[in-house]
Design a binder for this molecule. Sequence first.
Ligand code: ADP
Ligand code: MG
Length: 242
Amino acid sequence: MKKGELLYRGKAKSVYRTDVPQELVVEFRDDITAFDGGKKANLAEKGMLNARVSAFFFTLLEKAKIRTHYLGMIDPATMRVRTLTMIPLEVIVRNVAAGSLVKRYPFREGQPLDPPILVIDYKDDARHDPMINDEIILALGLVTAAELQEIKQKALSVNRVLGDHLQGKGITLVDFKLEFGKDGLGNVTVGDEISMDSMRLWDARSGQSMDKDVYRFDKGDVMEAYRRVAERITGNAGGRSR
Ligand SMILES: Nc1ncnc2c1ncn2[C@@H]1O[C@H](COP(=O)(O)OP(=O)(O)O)[C@@H](O)[C@H]1O
Ligand SMILES: [Mg+2]
């Protein structure tokens, strides 16, 4: 497996071609951003921890027969993945009211949402990722109606698998974001990452944040929080993390 040309450098990850067209390499960088890129930092070992947690969750999803892009690790911060044509949607599942939901609508922070709320944003930094709906998605031709139903159903299945695992570790899965893509055969596949940058995780007892909110709202030592939650999720303290 050869790491080839840089295909895309995003806010927190870099995607490279390989010697096989069906496979890419994703490097989880130490960059962290918030508020539409308005707040930025570089935190040593953050990429490695997010890569480890993502790999763990992708493996858990594969065991539950949910197709992901994950193929394996090359080094602690670098993942082999299936090449996907990404669908520009951020598929968000919310189990507890927090963040933009509380800011925009009259929910109380911490209010349980049962059944979970599924929200879809249009992934477009220049447009600030506006919330989108089924009609707009179909009118834009982003996916077919059948694919949209499949995406929603898969997001809710992912929610159950992640939520069950996290609950067993004393962690509340408040909300998370998924990105889907299609492989060469058109299979709807979970891509991107499932990490502390893309989830809201609260300690079930204390309610303390253990995710990017620690960075967004200066709630404490970000890397200390990331290290602790990664260890709780994966049961792995990691080589360089102790
Ligand atoms: N399997 C994949 N195939 C192709 N592109 C992918 C795959 N998984 C994730 N991506 C894309 O790679 C980029 C990851 O980098 P990231 O720093 O998260 O970017 P962004 O700033 O756009 O969110 C994202 O644009 C994401 O949609
Ligand atoms: Mg991203």
